[in-house]
Design a protein around this ligand. Structure first.
Ligand SMILES: [Fe+2]
Length: 300
C-alpha cells in the first residue's frame, strides 16, 4: 500500500532500514486518504484553537498559511516560517536521539514527522505525526521569544555533554547523564509539549503542542476539574514523572515566553551546579540511544 500513513508507510520503513534519519518529504506519495485525515483534523480544531490557544499560536497559524485541506509541504511552510525566526521544519524518518534532537533546535531546525495518522482513527495516535508536528509545534516557532527558548534548550544539551566529558568514572558518567536527560525531557514535556499560559488577569490558554494538536485534550486541559493546574516550579517539574498514553492530570503554567526563556537559563545553571544529577526516578525512560548521542557529542 502506498501513502504516508503512520506505521504503514513503505518509504519510511525503507529509510529506517537504510539508517537514514534525515530524509526528504516525498510529497507525491501522500494518498487521498492522507489528505482527508489532515482536512478532518484541521476542520475540527479551528474552533477550539480560537477558544483555547494562546495568541502567539493563533498568530502563527495565520502567518504560516497552512492549507485546511491538504497535508502541508515542508518547503512551503519553511518559506513563511524561516524569515520570521530562522527556524525550519526538517523531515525525519522517526525517533531522534535526545542530543541530536536538542542540537537541531540549537541550529533552528525542527525534526518533523512526515507521516499522518489514519483518516478513520483521528483520535488514535501511537506516535507523533505531521499534524502534531506542523499544526501543533511549528506555529509556535513563528514567535521570537518561543523560538529563542528552543535554541536555549539546545545550549543546555551542549553544556550537559561538555560537563559529563569531565567525569572519568564511566559508571558515574552514565548515571549523571541519565538523570540530566530525564530532567531535560521532563522540563520539555511540561512546557513545550503540555504547557499552559496564564497571563495575569487574562483567561488561561494552552501553548503546549500536545494540547494544541489534540481535539479532546485541548478543551479538557483548560476546563476539566480533573486537571491540577499550578504555576510552573522548576524543582517540581524536573522531579515529576509522566505517562504519555492518557490525558495529563497535572499541568503547569508560565506567564509569558520571556518567563519560559528565563526558566531554561535556570535549568542550565542548575545542571552546571550538579542539581540535576539525582532527579527522582520514574518516567520518562532514557534509552541507550539517548545516552549514546550525548556521549558521542561529548567526544567531539
Ligand atoms: Fe511534540
Amino acid at each position: 500500500m502506498m501513502g504516508l500513513t503512520t506505521t504503514e508507510a513503505p518509504y519510511i520503513e525503507q529509510a529506517r532500514s537504510d539508517g537514514e534519519l534525515y530524509i526528504r518529504q516525498p510529497y507525491e506519495l501522500y494518498s487521498e486518504e492522507n489528505h482527508q485525515a489532515w482536512a478532518g483534523l484541521y476542520a475540527r480544531m479551528t474552533d477550539r484553537w480560537e477558544r483555547y490557544a494562546n495568541e502567539h499560536f493563533l498568530r502563527g497559524i495565520a502567518n504560516l498559511c497552512l492549507s485546511p485541506d491538504r497535508v502541508p509541504n515542508l518547503d512551503d511552510v519553511n518559506q513563511f516560517l524561516n524569515p520570521l525566526t530562522g527556524f525550519r521544519a526538517k523531515a525525519v524518518s522517526g525517533y531522534v536521539p535526545a542530543f541530536l534532537f536538542f542540537d537541531c533546535l540549537r541550529n533552528r531546525e525542527f525534526p518533523t514527522t512526515i507521516t499522518i495518522r489514519r483518516a478513520d482513527k483521528l483520535d488514535y495516535l501511537p506516535e507523533p505525526d505531521i499534524f502534531h508536528d506542523i499544526a501543533g509545534h511549528v506555529p509556535m516557532h513563528t514567535d521570537r521569544a518561543f523560538a529563542d527558548t528552543l535554541v536555549r534548550f539546545g545550549d543546555v544539551a551542549h553544556s550537559a555533554a561538555e560537563r559529563v566529558q569531565a567525569i572519568t568514572d564511566p559508571e558515574k558518567q552514565l548515571r549523571v547523564l541519565d538523570s540530566n536527560i530525564r530532567a531535560m525531557a521532563r522540563f520539555f514535556w511540561f512546557t513545550i509539549e503540555f504547557g499552559l499560559m496564564q497571563v495575569p488577569g487574562q483567561p488561561l490558554k494552552a501553548y503546549g503542542s500536545g494540547l494544541l494538536s489534540s481535539y479532546g485534550e485541548l478543551e479538557y486541559s483548560i476546563v476539566s476539574p480533573e486537571v491540577q493546574r499550578y504555576p510552573v516550579q522548576l524543582e517540581w517539574v524536573i522531579n515529576q514523572s509522566f505517562e504519555i498514553d492518557h490525558y495529563q492530570p497535572l499541568l503547569f503554567s508560565v506567564e509569558s515566553f520571556d518567563h519560559l526563556f528565563s526558566l531554561v537559563g535556570t535549568l542550565e545553571e542548575w545542571m552546571k551546579a550538579g542539581k540535576l544529577d539525582n532527579v527522582a526516578p520514574g518516567e520518562p525512560g532514557v534509552n541507550e540511544e539517548d545516552l549514546r548521542s550525548f556521549l558521542l557529542a561529548s567526544l567531539q
